[in-house]
Ligand binder design. Structure first.
Ligand SMILES: [Mg+2]
Length: 397
């Protein structure tokens, strides 16, 4: 095998991708659509955004013009994109990811890289963890996914694509799999795996590069790897050429990047001096954080609709529990109340000690708009009036 891969670790990076995500979401909430060709994308763009596997049998695929899809399958179920709903389902999927490992890198609404190494002591080996994640997504939400596992992101991504259900019309599959939807490519299998693929299956090799390689009669990764390196570098340029050769050899040192900028949110979190389940201690932190966040929100003249409790447990796994309020708030009392309720609820079902606790707020609405909404819909809410009064008094102190 390639010397460059000699000292690498076992496969531990997973790429997880939900099957036909938008179409599957529609089949989730409309059981009557299950087993039928569902095509999502009707609207201004007039191209297919997603097609269920039943629709793909007719040759329909994403990015296909709508009129063409309708010709291929006139009796299909054609639906508009409902992004709000898909994102709500996506949030549930990511909650499951994050209950297995804190190292989650979001690639899209239905796609992520997970570093499984931190989870191995708790949930078993990578394949076992993948099976658990897969069945949890199926059981709790009802979606199917495929999981590719390798010791690099690019190979994991290719593996999850190759693990998709057989799809003759799409013609994207080049490797025989066991049909489990999970494909593990260990370091010592990587070269053979990559060699079995066409170059277009490599992640990041676009049409232009494919065309240039085709000039040399290179369609397969194996041909590419056996070709004189200098000729490849000359044809594609040093940077692109080296990049392609690295991808073809499975060399990709990028880590799962889970320290990404999240969506806009304001929050506070704190690692505890000692792991604990003591509610009084935990509440002290929440109180301080609520006050802190409340001040920041007021400074920004914004109220938050969503309050999220953030926990990292003694085994380092991270959890979030959110609540979206009917009316946005920046009251420290309301923030505290909601976070405390989420905490009590969580600890009621979990026996571990807490290592880190925090509150995050998101889904902001400008203060003046929030006020208009509130007076319109919320005139009788005594509790909120009380909070606002208390806040006013405290702010004057
Ligand atoms: Mg997908």
């Amino acid at each position: 095998m390639n010397n460059n891969l000699k000292s690498v670790r076992k496969a531990h990076i997973a790429h997880i991708d939900i099957n036909a995500f938008y179409a599957s979401c529609e089949q989730l909430r409309h059981p009557e659509y299950r087993g039928k060709p569902v095509i999502v994308g009707e609207g201004k763009r007039a191209v297919v955004s997603a097609a269920s596997y039943e629709a793909r049998k007719y040759g329909i695929h994403s990015a296909m013009p709508y009129f063409q899809a309708k010709k291929l399958c006139p009796d299909g179920i054609y639906l508009k994109v409902d992004m709000k709903y898909y994102l709500a389902v996506s949030a549930r999927v990511f909650d499951i990811f994050e209950s297995f490992t804190y190292a989650v890198e979001k690639i899209g609404a239905d796609e992520a890289f997970l570093d499984l190494a931190p989870a191995e002591s708790i949930f078993g080996g990578p394949r076992e963890i993948a099976q658990k994640i897969k069945s949890k997504i199926k059981q709790d939400i009802g979606l199917d996914c495929t999981i590719g596992i390798a010791n690099s992101k690019s190979v994991a991504k290719i593996a999850s694509t190759q693990a998709k259900p057989a799809n003759k019309a799409g013609g994207k599959l080049f490797v025989e799999t066991d049909g489990s939807g999970i494909l593990v490519v260990e370091p010592d299998q990587t070269e053979e795996f990559l060699r079995s693929l066409p170059v277009k299956a490599l992640w990041g090799v676009g049409k232009a590069t494919q065309a240039k390689l085709a000039n040399f009669g290179i369609y397969q990764v194996s041909t590419l790897l056996d070709y004189p390196k200098s000729a490849i570098l000359k044809a594609l340029g040093n940077k692109v050429g080296q990049n392609i050769l690295d991808l073809a050899s499975g060399i990709d040192s990028r880590d799962v990047d889970f320290h990404q900028k999240k969506e806009k949110s304001i929050g506070k979190e704190r690692t505890l001096r000692e792991d604990t389940r003591d509610l009084e201690i935990l509440k002290t932190y929440l109180k301080e954080q609520s006050a802190n966040i409340s001040q920041t929100l007021k400074k920004h003249h914004e109220k938050a609709k969503t309050i999220t409790l953030v926990l990292r447990m003694e085994d380092l796994l991270r959890y979030t529990r959110s609540k979206t309020l009917d009316f946005p708030t920046y009251s420290r009392f309301e923030l505290f109340d909601q976070a405390r309720d989420l905490l009590i609820d969580f600890l009621g079902k979990d026996r571990r000690k807490v290592r880190l606790i925090g509150i995050s707020t998101s889904n902001f609405i400008p203060e003046n708009q929030a006020f208009a909404n509130q007076t319109l819909f919320d005139a009788g809410d005594k509790k909120k009036e009380k909070f606002d009064k208390l806040d006013k008094i405290l702010n004057q102190m």
